[in-house]
Design a protein around this ligand. Structure first.
Ligand code: C2O
Ligand code: CU
Ligand code: CU
Length: 531
C-alpha cells in the first residue's frame, strides 16, 4: 500500500460537529473474573449538540454517534495502537478521502482528519477499521461503533426514542481460560478460518454476554447491527411473534413488514418495532438465532454440527478444523427481554414510514448489460471478479462514470479459483459426492457471502437461486428484506442477485467486498473507479 500524508484540518471547513476519536488498547470486564484486553475507540465531543455521543455501558464498543442530515462533521482519528489503522464510516456517502480507504492508514502516533457533510437519509450505520489485511483482527479486538443519522422525514413519525430506542450490536467471540479473546487459535489460522471466516463460541450483545433488556410493557424500537466478523444469524422471537421490520441498512422501509424471521449477515442492519404492550410483568421473550442451512458448504456444516473442535481425519493432515462450538445455523439465544414495568399508553405503528422511489429501467445507464460482481470460492482464493484485491488494478468492468446509476449482478463463478489451490488441499478429492454435478471444487466450496458496496445505498432488484440449492434456500428466503435501501446483501450459495446502485457526487476509488472480514482480508475485495 502506498502511504500518503494524513489528511489535515481544512481552515475553510466550518464543522457543526467536531469529535476526537482515539483508538487504543484497554481492558474491559466482560466475563466474571479477569478483565479482557481489547482495542477500543474513545470518542469525545469537541463541538456539537448535546447527545451527539453515547457510550454503551460496560462495553468495549465505541460511542454511538448521533448525527443529523446536513450537518458538517469533523472527526480527528488518533492512532494510539501498536499498528497502522484507518476508520471507515460504513454506509455513509462521503468522498474517497473521507471513506477510510486502506491507502490512508495512519501509523501509531498519527492523526487523520475527516471532514464531510452528512448526505445520508435517516439510517443506522457504523464505524470500523478498514486497515489493509488487518480489518478482521482489529474489529475482532473491539474496534467498532454505531452511527445513527436522523432527518426530518423520520422525525415527523415520532418513533420510539430515548430509552425506548435500543441499539443492539451482535458479535461472536471466543475466550480462553483467562478471559482473553482467542482469534489465532482454535483453527482460525487453519482451514476453517481461512475459508469460512471466524466463528466464535459465544454471542455478545453490545459487548456483553447473556444480554438482557428490562422493558416496560409498551413499544420499543430495536436497532440491530450484526457486527460479527463472519457469523450469519436467523433472528426470530422464541414465542413465534413475527418480527415487525421498519427499516434496514439504509433506513426506513416504505411500510412495516412482518417477518417470521430475519436473516442478518455481517454488516446488515435491522430496525425492528417491538411491541411488548399487553405482556405481563415478569414475562420474558428471547431473540434467538434459528436453524438454517446453506451459509457454509455442506462439509463445513457437518463438521460444525459434529461437535466443537472435531478435526477432519485425512484432510491435509487435520488442518481442517471445525471453527466453533456454536455451529452456524444451529439454534441458540441472542438476548432476552424481560418485562419489568407495566405501562398503558404506547405509540401506534405508522402505516407509512417513508417514501422510497424505486429505480426504473429508464434511470439505469446499463439496463440490458449488468456489471458483473463474480464470487470465486476456493481454499486460499476468495476473490471477486476473478482477482484478489489490488491497488491500481481496476479492470474495465470496474470503471464507472460519475453520476451513473448501474445495474449489477452478483453471482458465484463456478469453479473459480481452482488454479490457485495449493497442494494442501489434495485431500479434498475424498469429499467426492456430488462434485461432478455441481461443477467441481468451486461449487463444493460454495457458501453465502455478505457483499458490501461503499458509497450510496442500493436497491435489490431480483434474486434467483439454482436448483441444487433450493432446499437450503428455503430455510432462509423468508428472512430477506429486499424492499429498502441496502449497502450489504447476502448472496447465498447458488444465488444470483441483481442490484441497482447510484454513483453520484464523488469520483475516486470505492471498495466493494465481502463483509465476511476474513474473506475481505484474504482479498475478496475490489474497487470501482468512479470517473
Ligand atoms: Cu463495513 Cu468496506 O466496510
Ligand atoms: Cu463500507
Ligand atoms: Cu465471503
Amino acid at each position: 500500500m502506498p502511504k500518503i500524508a494524513p489528511n489535515k484540518v481544512s481552515p475553510t471547513f466550518n464543522p457543526d460537529v467536531e469529535i476526537e476519536l482515539a483508538c487504543r488498547p484497554d481492558s474491559v470486564s466482560i466475563l466474571n473474573g479477569q478483565a479482557t484486553r481489547v482495542w477500543r475507540y474513545f470518542a469525545s465531543l469537541i463541538k456539537g449538540p448535546e447527545g451527539t455521543l453515547t457510550a454503551p455501558p460496560g462495553s468495549y464498543l465505541g460511542s454511538l454517534m448521533r448525527f443529523t442530515k446536513g450537518q458538517k462533521i469533523r472527526i480527528h482519528l488518533r492512532n494510539e495502537l501498536p499498528e497502522p489503522t484507518i476508520a471507515h464510516w460504513h454506509g455513509l456517502h462521503v468522498p474517497m478521502l473521507m471513506d477510510g480507504h486502506p491507502t490512508y492508514a495512519i501509523d501509531p502516533g498519527e492523526t487523520f482528519v475527516y471532514e464531510f457533510e452528512m448526505l445520508n437519509r435517516a439510517s443506522m450505520n457504523f464505524y470500523h477499521p478498514h486497515t489493509h489485511e488487518a480489518t478482521a483482527t482489529q474489529v475482532y479486538r473491539g474496534l467498532a461503533g454505531l452511527i445513527v443519522v436522523n432527518d426530518e422525514e423520520e422525525r415527523a413519525l415520532e418513533l420510539p426514542s430515548g430509552e425506548y430506542e435500543i441499539p443492539i450490536v451482535i458479535q461472536d467471540r471466543t475466550f480462553d481460560g483467562q478471559n482473553q479473546l482467542v482469534y489465532g487459535g482454535g483453527g482460525m489460522h487453519g482451514m476453517h478460518g481461512q475459508m469460512f471466516g471466524f466463528h466464535g463460541d459465544r454471542v455478545l450483545v453490545n459487548g456483553r454476554p447473556d444480554f438482557q433488556i428490562d422493558v416496560s410493557s409498551r413499544v420499543y424500537r430495536l436497532r440491530i447491527l450484526n457486527a460479527s466478523n463472519a457469523r450469519i444469524y436467523k433472528l426470530a422471537w422464541d414465542d413465534g411473534t413475527p418480527i415487525t421490520v421498519i427499516g434496514v441498512d439504509g433506513g426506513l422501509l416504505e411500510k412495516p413488514e412482518n417477518k417470521p424471521y430475519v436473516m442478518l449477515a455481517p454488516a446488515e442492519r435491522l430496525d425492528a418495532w417491538a411491541d411488548f404492550s399487553g405482556r405481563a410483568v415478569g414475562s420474558r421473550l428471547v431473540m434467538r438465532s434459528r436453524p438454517f442451512s446453506g451459509a457454509l458448504p455442506k462439509m463445513a456444516e457437518r463438521m460444525m454440527g459434529g461437535g466443537g473442535g472435531m478435526g477432519m481425519g485425512g484432510m491435509g493432515g487435520g488442518m481442517m478444523m471445525a471453527g466453533s462450538s456454536l455451529p452456524v445455523g444451529s439454534d441458540y439465544p441472542i438476548f432476552t427481554v424481560r418485562v419489568t414495568k407495566s405501562m398503558s399508553d404506547s405509540p401506534g405503528l405508522p402505516e407509512r414510514l417513508s417514501k422510497i422511489v424505486r429505480f426504473q429501467s429508464s434511470d439505469i445507464a446499463n439496463p440490458d448489460n449488468p456489471r458483473p460482481i463474480s464470487i470465486s470460492e476456493g481454499p486460499m482464493s476468495m476473490l471477486l471478479n476473478g482477482r484478489p484485491y489490488g491497488h491500481d488494478d481496476v479492470q474495465p468492468s470496474e470503471r464507472i462514470p460519475v453520476g451513473a446509476v448501474q445495474l449489477m449482478e452478483i453471482f458465484h463463478a463456478r469453479g473459480g479459483g481452482m488454479g490457485m489451490m495449493g497442494g494442501g488441499m489434495r485431500g479434498m478429492g475424498m469429499m467426492g459426492g456430488g462434485m461432478g454435478r455441481m461443477g467441481g471444487m468451486g461449487a463444493m466450496m460454495s457458501m453465502a457471502h455478505p457483499i458490501h458496496l461503499h458509497g450510496e445505498y442500493f436497491q435489490i432488484i431480483s434474486r434467483a437461486v439454482d436448483e441444487d440449492h433450493m432446499d437450503d434456500y428455503a430455510t432462509m428466503r423468508d428472512g430477506f428484506i429486499d424492499g429498502g435501501w441496502k449497502d450489504t446483501v447476502l448472496v447465498t450459495s447458488g444465488e444470483r442477485v441483481r442490484i441497482v446502485k447510484p454513483f453520484h457526487d464523488f469520483k475516486g476509488r470505492f471498495m466493494f467486498h465481502c463483509h465476511n472480514l476474513e474473506h475481505a482480508d484474504m482479498g475478496m475485495m475490489r474497487e470501482f473507479s468512479v470517473e
